[in-house]
Write a protein that binds this ligand. Structure first.
Ligand SMILES: *Cc1c(COP(=O)(O)O)cnc(C)c1O
Length: 408
């Protein structure tokens, strides 16, 4: 009989990754082994409050019972068919998602970057077939400091030198304008413009909330100019800001909405382009696709996510807890916090650089049992599961106050 396998420690597992795992991330030194709700547990059994929630992929918390049940039920019946055949889960998922967003049609994909790529293809095709842009001339206008994913086309229109450096040559056909600047957008849009692609709140840039009126302005401008408004709601959507979509804060509906992250319920990657029939309808069989897009397991989980959002409970929680978050952060301004931006249960917090980088603050919070992630420099992002309690949120803010009150 062989000896029982020895349990690995966190330190051993971190060391074991180094030679065999591409170094695309610099994770905080915690090795998570299980999780439930807003809490995760490391291999030594220490518990941490998750204030990142998988960059909003875990809006409903870890292993939400309704989502886990939907996944289990589907695992026992059917997991993958490919789109060569129909499956019995896809119609319900697409119907539910279209109704939830107020749009007509769904193009199911897997990751967020794929949804963005798909929207660029749809917008270009629409520009040639419907708008009448001369072949090969279509442009897409995007914003500075955008984050839309990691594929070669997408990093080509990133303005982050780390994201794009060394990965060219890049796909032509994109124009970059400052975010939250309608005059600059107006100047960039012309007869070749297929679409304006923006995040309604810029997540990776540090939870940048545009001025009131910006999203309405983008809607009016794109309508007037005869181009599409594409909203990347992959991080801002599905309850995070207190609404199903962040664009609802200004009462506008884009032509295409990109969803991902929380759409997979923290279980499987599920993304989608949701849009008007006259736009998504330009794609015909064979022109676009994905082996896994719309698979029965993804559709079952996605439909269960839609069911959760239909109740409005999570949007309400994000709004109510957002007040707790905002008040807690206001109390820290001048006490280590230089400033912050928040919308719903989502905040970008600028820490006094004299107290440390976002990274070192994250390391200190880890020791206090709170998981956060820095974005740029001395900015940390707070985005707990929408299932977090007000008390847990208060504890996390208290821990933040404590590590900021201490000298680095
Ligand atoms: C995370 C994210 C993406 C990319 O999603 P992946 O699933 O990582 O490819 C695109 N846009 C926004 C706004 C995001 O936050």
């Amino acid at each position: 009989m062989t000896a029982p396998a020895r349990a690995h420690t966190s330190a051993e597992l971190i060391r074991a990754e180094e030679p065999v795992l591409a170094h695309t991330y610099h994770p905080l030194p915690v090795v998570i082994a299980r999780a439930e709700g807003a809490w995760v547990e490391d291999v030594e059994g220490r518990r941490y409050l998750d204030m990142l929630a998988g960059y909003s992929a875990l809006n409903f918390g870890h292993r939400h019972p309704a989502l886990i049940e939907a996944a289990h039920r589907q695992l026992d019946r059917l997991t993958l068919t490919s789109r060569a055949f129909h499956n019995d889960r896809l119609a319900g998922f697409a119907e539910g998602l279209a109704a939830l967003t107020g749009l007509d049609m769904v193009l199911p994909m897997n990751t967020g970057a794929e949804a963005v790529e798909s929207a660029v293809k749809v917008a270009r095709k629409w520009a040639y077939e419907v708008k009448g842009v001369p072949d090969g001339r279509a442009t897409v206008v995007v914003a500075e400091n955008n984050f839309h994913g990691r594929t070669t086309t997408i990093v080509g229109f990133s303005t982050d030198p780390v994201a794009r450096g060394g990965f060219g040559p890049f796909t032509p056909g994109f124009r970059v304008v400052p975010y939250n600047d309608l005059a600059a957008l107006e100047r960039a849009v012309d007869d070749t413009t297929a679409a304006v692609l923006i995040e309604p709140v810029q997540g990776e840039a540090g939870v940048i909330v545009p001025d009131d009126g910006y999203l309405r302005g983008v809607r009016e401008l794109t309508r007037r100019a005869g181009c599409l408004f594409v909203a990347d709601e992959i991080q801002s959507g599905l309850g995070r800001t207190g609404r199903t979509l962040a664009v609802e804060h200004e009462g506008v509906l884009p032509d295409l909405v990109l969803l991902g992250k929380a759409l997979g319920g923290g279980i499987v990657p599920v993304s989608a382009v949701v849009g008007r029939r006259d736009v998504l309808g330009v794609l015909r069989p064979g022109e676009h696709g994905s082996t896994f897009g719309g698979n029965p397991l993804a559709a079952a989980v996605g439909a269960a996510v839609v069911d959760l959002l239909e109740t409005g409970e999570f949007q309400r929680r994000a709004t109510e807890l957002g007040v707790v978050l905002r008040e807690g952060l206001e109390a820290l301004v001048g006490k280590g916090v230089v400033g912050f931006r928040a919308r719903g249960l989502w905040a970008g917090v600028d820490v006094d650089p004299a107290l440390g980088t976002g990274r070192t603050i994250g390391e200190r919070l880890l020791h206090e049992g709170v998981l956060v992630k820095d974005t740029h420099g001395a900015t940390i992002r707070l985005a707990p599961p929408l299932t977090v309690t007000a008390d847990e949120l208060g504890d996390a803010l208290q821990a933040l106050g404590k590590v900021l009150g201490r000298e680095g």
